[in-house]
Design a binder for this molecule. Structure first.
Ligand code: ADP
Length: 468
């Protein structure tokens, strides 16, 4: 048996045991604590990781947020663009509506066809001028249905060209209305395109020029008329030039003869005045007087002829007895004649009060009487007839002289015209044309009845009780 342990030892041992226990306990606790610590560390690592993940996530979220923000900004911008586009569209729609309304109501015929030539536009003016309503026209073939056969090809060419983008301006063609009236349209064709520029048809803008065409035709007629008038006046101008030449020839001839006679008579008187008897001198002086008188008549005709052309003749009518007036004129005229020829009067009543210009009546009588005497021979007499009818006074002069051919009668009153049968009988061809002017002034008429070699009657009719 071993030595029994002392109490102290025991106590010490217990103490050691206790301490060991304590250490063990502490160790256990430490182990627990360590574990806890480790657990905590692990947890910490996890948390850290989570935190890192969260930070990452946060960064991502932030990025996403920035992205979303940008997207939002982009969207807003897009929205603004869309809004503007919408506004633009709305504006365009308003304009399109206005244009539609404008096309519909404009005072010009507008019609449209599609690429197949079928009508797809027909405004109110088209309806008005053609009489065809939009509903009955839409979808119909424009050319086949509404264009006259003779113009179909030409109109088709214009529309086909427009469908190829070649537009035509001011193409004129006829169109028949519903009630078969013909109207003339002036067409301007425009190519119609959609938003992408693709050709979708043709728009025809017309103008009803029927009235203008009438005006044009009238104008053409007026131009034709004026041209005709101009040609006539040119012709007249030519005639006048011819007359002027005739006049110079006539004047030099007509004046040379009486002037030569006057000169010869005067020469004889001057040279032989002592030898000549009083009677011989008087005979020559009388000849001079007669020649001067004849020249005076010619000069008067020439003067009147010149004035008549420019319508400057003076006309002063007074009421007087035509019978007395004619008899006075005739007897005064006879005084100038060497061989007095008989004048027979046939007068229906003694007194005929007529409103006329005595100066012109004298001209008419002397002209007709001197011609009657000149173109007939002594001793044939001349007949002067005056008679009064219902509305006119007839004054005629008849001779039994050389007469006037039918051909000459046609141009008898034209200036310088002389009959083919005048032979050596002198004259200017002016007397009757001047006489015509005198009769015109009285609003009277003159005609001639004559046969070649069988005398002539010149018949003047002057309005009686009428307005002169
Ligand atoms: P003229 O000076 O030649 O007589 P007028 O104008 O008086 O001119 O007459 C024109 C023409 O008309 C004359 O040249 C003549 O041929 C014809 N004529 C006029 N009166 C008569 C008449 N009584 N008898 C025949 N011919 C006449």
């Amino acid at each position: 048996m071993g030595k029994q342990k002392s109490r102290l030892e025991l106590l010490t041992e217990i103490k050691v045991l206790k301490e060991a226990n304590e250490i063990l306990k502490n160790q256990k606790e430490l182990a627990v604590q360590n574990k806890e610590k480790n657990d905590l560390i692990y947890e910490l690592v996890v948390v850290k990781r989570e935190i890192a993940a969260i930070i990452d996530a946060l960064a991502l979220a932030e990025e996403e947020l920035a992205f979303q923000r940008k997207k939002k900004d982009d969207l807003i911008e897009e929205l603004i663009v869309v809004k503007k586009e919408k506004e633009k569209r709305a504006n365009e729609l308003v304009i399109a509506e206005e244009l539609k309304q404008f096309i519909k109501t404009i005072n010009t015929p507008i019609f449209g066809i599609n690429t197949k030539g079928k009508v797809n536009e027909w405004n109110q003016t088209s309806e008005k001028i053609t009489g065809f309503k939009k509903e009955e026209v839409l979808g119909k073939d424009l050319i086949e249905t509404y264009i006259t056969e003779d113009y179909r090809e030409a109109v088709k060419r214009v529309l086909d060209n427009a469908l190829k983008g070649r537009e035509t301006a001011n193409f004129e063609f006829p169109l028949f209305t519903k009630d078969n009236q013909k109207i003339i349209l002036l067409l301007n064709s425009s190519t119609r395109r959609n938003g992408d520029g693709k050709i979708t048809g043709v728009l025809g803008v017309g103008q009803d020029i029927s009235q203008m065409n009438n005006y044009k035709t009238n104008l053409e007629d007026t131009v034709k008329k004026r041209t005709f008038e101009l040609e006539i006046s040119l012709e007249r101008e030519k005639e006048l030039r011819k007359l002027k030449t005739n006049f110079v020839v006539m004047a030099s001839h007509e004046f040379r003869t009486p002037l030569a006679a006057i000169q010869a008579a005067a020469d004889v008187i001057l040279k032989y005045k002592i030898k000549l008897s009083q009677e011989d001198i008087e005979k020559r002086l009388f000849k001079i007087k007669r020649e001067v008188n004849d020249m005076k008549i010619i000069l008067e005709d020439i003067l009147i002829f010149g004035k008549a052309d420019s319508q400057k003749l003076q006309f002063v009518a007074i009421e007087q007895d035509l019978v007395v007036l004619v008899k006075n004129i005739v007897s005064n005229y006879q005084l100038t004649q060497v061989k007095k020829r008989e004048v027979i009067y046939k007068i229906s009543i003694d007194k005929i009060m007529l409103n006329a210009d005595p100066k012109w009546i004298k001209h008419i009588i002397i002209n007709l009487l001197s011609n009657a005497l000149k173109y007939s021979e002594a001793p044939d007499s001349v007949i002067i007839e005056i008679r009064q009818e219902e509305n006119e006074v007839i004054l005629s002069v008849t001779d039994r002289g050389i007469g006037i051919s039918e051909k000459d009668q046609e141009s008898l009153f034209e200036p310088f015209h002389r009959g083919e049968n005048v032979g050596n009988i002198q004259g200017t061809g002016l007397g009757l044309s001047v006489l015509q002017s005198a009769i015109d002034l009285h609003k009277g008429k003159i005609k001639v009845e004559s046969k070649l070699n069988n005398g002539s009657t010149f018949i003047v009719s002057l309005p009686y009780e009428g307005t002169i």
